[in-house]
Write a protein that binds this ligand. Structure first.
Ligand code: PMP
Length: 302
């Protein structure tokens, strides 16, 4: 990863190399932390963070799910994010706030445990294959059962599931896997939500067993603005395999077409027309060319 100068840690800036925590940090052992992934884009009106308020809200919501009381207000975290971008003189970048149980108590009870909060930001473009198209397969792993965890939260520990899935992808020679839910319906990728196109209609798994992605929400809105019909429903793996187009979406990956599933081409094995239209719409949205959603952009220099 590309290092920058400073990382915000517990209210002050440390040098990138010095932003450390103790090896007995509770979250390192048990995954009891929550985080966000946010992107900042160049627009005609200057650098703008996309849907900052929504990411901050989800960050605090995730914290509440795990009894993490973030020792800063939403406004303070927002300022920390803006300052991190400015102090590092960043342009387009990826932003990573994290709050976690720190050093001082060990074990599974987090009562009274100290909470650490950090904000880092760095330039992070995704690999080209993500824009051309991904070869995928359905994973042998399932997403966490919503009765096992609060799946709406973005909790560090859940990403062990995503890492198992990514190891599986690497070992099977595909770019990414698609995970089903506990009932056998299509859920999402290890770090992305998923959309399927069939006969001109766009489908996406209903909420319940997936992370309620902010990109997913943006896509549903802009696709409807583009006059596409979008339906949220339980999707069977067969509907996925027989789709005309499939694409992943998420803050980090943005929008990337899926060109094969289990060795079988999706559509004609290239990015489909509706995926392209949605991608263009999303690009206009994040780069400030779509005036309708101005409220979704937080300008860094305002
Ligand atoms: N699902 C999972 C499991 C993720 O990790 C992510 C990335 N945060 C997403 C979906 C997409 O969420 P968002 O669009 O809010 O980045």
């Amino acid at each position: 990863m590309e290092a920058t100068d400073k990382i915000w840690l517990n209210g002050r800036f440390d040098d990138w190399k010095e932003a450390r925590v103790h090896v007995l940090t509770q979250a390192l052992h048990y995954g009891a932390g929550v985080f966000e992934g946010i992107r900042c884009y160049e627009t005609a009106e200057g650098l703008a963070i996309f849907r900052l308020d929504d990411h901050i809200d989800r960050f605090f919501f995730s914290g509440r799910c795990l009894n993490i009381k973030v020792p800063f207000s939403k406004n303070e975290i927002k300022s920390a994010i803006l300052e991190t971008i400015k102090i590092n003189r960043l342009k387009e970048c990826y932003i990573r706030p994290i709050a976690f149980f720190g050093y001082g108590s060990m074990g599974l009870s987090v009562k009274g445990a100290p909470v650490d909060v950090a904000v880092a930001a760095w330039p992070w473009k995704y690999h080209l294959s993500h824009s051309i198209g991904l070869k995928t397969k359905i994973s042998k792993y399932i997403r966490p059962d919503p009765r096992s965890v609060d799946i709406r939260a973005k909790v560090c520990g859940y990403y062990a599931n995503s890492i198992f899935a990514t190891i599986e992808a690497e070992q099977s020679g595909v770019d990414e896997v698609i995970l089903l839910d506990n009932k056998g319906y299509v859920a999402e990728g290890p770090g992305e939500n998923i959309f399927v196109v069939k006969n001109g209609i766009i489908y996406t798994p209903a909420l319940g067993s997936i992370l309620p992605g902010i990109t997913r929400d943006s896509i549903i809105k802009i696709a409807r603005d583009l006059k596409f019909k979008v339906i949220e429903k339980k999707l069977k793996p067969d509907e996925l395999k027989k789709a005309d187009e499939v694409f992943f979406c998420g803050t980090a990956v943005e929008i990337c077409p899926v060109i094969s599933i289990n060795g079988r081409k999706v559509g004609d094995g290239r990015q489909g027309f509706i995926t392209l239209k949605v991608k263009e719409g999303y690009n206009k949205l994040v780069t400030g060319q779509n005036k309708k959603y101005k409220k979704w952009r937080a300008y860094v220099n305002e």
